[in-house]
Design a protein around this ligand. Structure first.
Ligand SMILES: NC(=O)NCCC(=O)O
Length: 378
């Protein structure tokens, strides 16, 4: 990774703006201020020793008369690969498990209830190469694989729901998928959500490796709230977020792998807009660093460019946390009162005022080959 990568917009604003102007700029850019969360000193110390960024924020809701608050904590983890991409596969996976183990332990110290890792977190993002060998060897069973077993142990030990996005191998049908495994805090596999939109852009040659998901827009009822997983490229599709919301998602995670030159101006907008439009919380997670590959890709590169991290959480009222850095491993701990979803829904009523039957009728016509756009001409 380049030593001079820009660290973050937030840091830059803090360093260069006078205090009064900074407050105003932050209000306009990020919405209602998210309060800093007091995290235990032991956690702060452990994060510093283990060389990762630790940040904590809180979204409050109004105290209601009839419902108690529903405060929970989510943890988002972003990280670089630990070993070079040509190290033995098992060593790479084991090193990544160890690294995540260190971060999850700190998340537990911070009282995190639901944790989500980045897209295909056990491996380099090797889909740029178009080589099958050795990358498909990273694929594992969602139910029985070593990574799921590892996450089950974490879930039980820390009483935490774990969302673990991996490259899935389904032996029965000889199929690979890009899948988020959802593990309950009991340690049981609650289910899985497969990436349902595959990118066809730049070096994101993912259709070479796995199929478009077949799990629809599943929502998982956990002890801490109803969650869903919209993997990476799915965040560009407003209807994808919407369908998870229609099925009742209160928090939608978006584990991603994306690079600066391609998507960075869109990053801070898409998940945030989804939180606003769907009266829910959204959690955008991106990996960090530059990953080098031995063989040149068809685009004549040996790396993808810089994965810019910047993981953040957005709330239904349009506010958002600052992001983690663009360059470092990090854990973002966010406390949220899920009552905010209904409070904002009652205030703005986007979901109530949507004309779904009308859209459905028009869409049904629009997807037909004999569709004629409804345009009035003079
Ligand atoms: N992993 C992935 O789907 N990346 C595609 C690029 C993007 O959506 O920014």
């Amino acid at each position: 990774m380049s030593a001079c990568e820009f660290e973050s917009v937030e840091k830059c604003l803090e360093s260069h703006l006078p205090e009064a102007e900074l407050t105003e700029v932050q209000r306009i850019l990020f919405g209602k201020e998210t309060k800093k969360l007091d995290l235990p000193a032991s956690a702060v110390e452990a994060a510093s020793e283990r060389d990762f960024e630790l940040k904590g924020y809180r979204f409050d809701a109004v105290q209601e008369q009839l419902r108690p608050p529903r405060r929970i904590r989510v943890g988002l983890i972003q990280h670089r690969i630990v070993l070079p991409t040509d190290a033995p596969i098992l060593d790479q996976i084991t090193a990544m498990h160890n690294r995540i183990g260190e971060l999850v332990e700190v998340a537990a110290m911070c009282g995190v209830n639901i944790i989500c890792f980045q897209e295909t977190w056990t491996m380099p993002f090797a889909f740029c190469t178009r080589e099958k060998d050795p990358w498909t060897e990273f694929a594992e069973s969602a139910e029985e694989g070593n990574t799921t077993r590892f996450c089950q142990e974490l879930a039980k030990k820390y009483n935490m729901v774990v969302v673990s996005p991996i490259l899935e191998r389904e032996e029965l049908h000889s199929t690979l998928w890009n899948t988020a495994v959802v593990i309950s805090n009991s340690g049981n596999v609650l289910g899985k959500s497969r990436k349902n939109h595959i990118p066809r852009i730049g070096d994101f040659n993912e259709s070479t490796y796995y199929m478009e998901g077949d799990t629809g827009h599943t929502v998982f009822q956990t002890q801490f709230g109803k969650i869903a997983v919209n993997i990476c490229y799915g965040r560009h599709h407003p209807l994808n977020w919407f369908m998870y919301s229609i099925n009742g998602a209160e928090i939608i995670f978006n584990p991603s792998a994306t690079v600066g030159a391609l998507s960075e101006p869109m990053w801070s907008i898409e998940a945030r807009n989804a939180a606003i439009a769907n009266h829910c919380f959204t959690c955008a997670i991106n990996r960090v660093g530059t990953e080098h590959f031995k063989s040149e890709f068809t685009s004549a590169h040996h790396d993808f460019g810089h994965f810019y991290g910047s993981s953040y959480v957005a709330a239904p009222d349009g506010s958002r946390t600052p992001g983690l850095s663009r360059t470092r491993d990090g854990l973002l701990v966010v406390e949220m009162d899920l009552n905010l979803n209904r409070q904002i829904s009652d205030k703005w009523s986007f979901k109530m005022t949507g004309r779904y039957a009308e859209y459905a009728e028009e869409l049904t016509k629009a997807v037909r080959h004999d569709f004629k756009p409804k345009i009035v001409k003079e």
